[in-house]
Write a protein that binds this ligand. Structure first.
Ligand SMILES: [Zn+2]
Length: 157
């Protein structure tokens, strides 16, 4: 089984609190893969709310001119605002990240590296004149969207 599939299953177990060995089918793994990579539900809800508020934005775009691998979830190109909605598992949310019991030696450092990378990305974008907004996926989508709308509309950034 590929590393990605293992990761996907670990996420599933972590999210659902289910024991090792659950959801080993390729079907479940592929659904989760799609879910963790892009268009996670909280992000979709925020996007829908922003759209309903009349804002237009780019999705899954690399804002930086120097590193095209760092993609933001929602990007306001003219205002140079990059929004990240970080998954609680992958980005190590202090409230919700619990390393899977199996391979804890693997997951702890891996998630720590993800967090370092997030901090690097924020710093890099700040240096390039971007305003970076980061939210956790567990945050209330209405509150998150309201804050983005307020900031972008008032153009106070
Ligand atoms: Zn969380």
């Amino acid at each position: 089984m590929s590393e990605l599939s293992d990761e996907v299953e670990a996420v599933l177990r972590a999210k659902r609190g289910q024991p090792e060995g659950w959801a080993s089918s390729a079907g479940a793994a592929s659904i989760m893969r799609a879910n963790v990579r892009k268009n996670t539900k909280p992000e979709l809800k925020v996007r829908q709310l922003l759209h309903a508020a009349g804002l237009r934005y780019r999705v899954d775009l690399a804002p930086s001119t120097t590193d095209k691998r760092r993609r933001a979830d929602i990007v306001f190109t003219r205002l140079k605002v990059a929004v990240f909605i970080d998954g609680c598992f992958w980005h190590g949310c202090p409230e919700h990240f619990v390393p899977p019991k199996a391979n804890a030696d693997y997951w702890g450092p891996k998630i720590a590296r993800n967090r370092e990378r997030d901090a690097e990305t924020t710093a890099m974008l700040n240096r390039e004149g971007w305003t970076v907004l980061r939210y956790w996926e567990h945050e209330d989508a209405v509150r998150v969207a309201s804050e983005i709308v307020r900031l972008v509309r008032k153009d106070r950034l």
